[in-house]
Design a protein around this ligand. Structure first.
Ligand SMILES: N[C@H](CCC[C@H](N)C(=O)O)C(=O)O
Length: 276
């Protein structure tokens, strides 16, 4: 069977996007892993499926699978590409798109300059919502890593994030501590490990070792989680430029009780077919 797909990226965080409204098939985890392989398959960080909604108030259902085949709750860079995909494919005729995801409903808005703004919903800050093993909520928590105890923030954007502040992202132990934090027992559903350098009150540098993938060139939910962490620590303003290895995002979060807004680019690379 031939599967039609579109290859896209959000600041280098790359996706295989499949319209499951007009075609439908089952993709078991081992098949997703094969498709994700950058030598034997298409190659991607995440697979994004565009489906009809089960919630009548939504325009689409958005399912997200990491390269390891795991289905996850949310993907920020993918959401922007989702908007570009459904608009370009004329699956919807307007620029405001309501999307149902496993991590909560989000709203996508295509801007006149082609960038996409996403209402990513409220950050979840109680440990049991992340989930993170802690007796009570705190701005930061101690986490034991390689015999050291570091202070981290634990935040969910629908998916779990650990944010660790460093002096310089280029010197951060992403390769060594990333996999340890990702699989840390204090994060029962694992986590995305963010390494955040505060440049100023309105700018940070960020690298993310993503759950189920490894380090990516950008992580949208990671950027949201890092700004929420920085604001709760009193380090950041409401609007922050987040510099990731693949490019910059703008995140706006006024504070608790408000959703996190993310704005950035979404790029289509090519259309393709692959044999299943
Ligand atoms: N690896 C993430 C999903 C993709 C998130 C990222 N690509 C984004 O742009 O938010 C997780 O397992 O929760």
């Amino acid at each position: 069977m031939l599967l039609h797909f579109t290859k896209m990226h959000g600041l280098g965080n790359d996706f295989m996007v499949v319209d499951m409204v007009s075609q439908s098939l089952r993709l078991p985890p081992e098949k997703i892993r094969r498709l994700a392989d950058r030598r034997f398959g298409v190659g991607f960080d995440q697979l994004l499926l565009v489906e009809a909604p089960t919630n009548p108030d939504m325009d689409f259902r958005y399912r997200i699978f990491n390269a390891d085949g795991s289905e996850v709750e949310q993907c920020g860079n993918g959401a922007r590409c989702f908007a570009r995909f459904v608009r370009d494919k004329k699956l919807i005729g307007r620029d405001r798109i309501r999307v149902q995801t496993a991590g909560g409903n989000i709203e996508l808005n295509i801007q006149s300059n082609g960038e996409v703004s996403v209402d990513m919903g409220m950050p979840r800050l109680d440990p049991e919502q992340v989930p993170f093993n802690a007796q009570q909520r705190s701005v930061t928590y101690p986490l034991k890593v390689e015999g050291q105890v570091i202070e981290v923030s634990a935040i969910s954007m629908g998916n779990p994030h650990c944010v660790y502040r460093v002096d310089d992202v280029h010197q951060a132990p992403v390769e060594t501590w990333g996999p340890i934090i990702e699989a840390h027992p204090d994060f029962p559903r694992k986590c995305n490990a963010g390494f955040m350098q505060v440049v100023s009150t309105d700018e940070i540098n960020l690298r993310v070792f993503e759950r189920g993938v490894g380090e990516t060139l950008a992580c949208g939910t990671g950027a949201c989680a890092a700004v929420v962490a920085g604001r709760l620590q009193g380090l950041l303003d409401e609007t922050v430029k987040v510099n990731l290895p693949g490019g910059s995002l703008f995140i706006y979060w006024p504070g608790e009780g408000s959703p996190v807004m993310m704005t950035g680019a979404a790029t289509r690379v090519y259309e393709g077919y692959t044999r299943l």
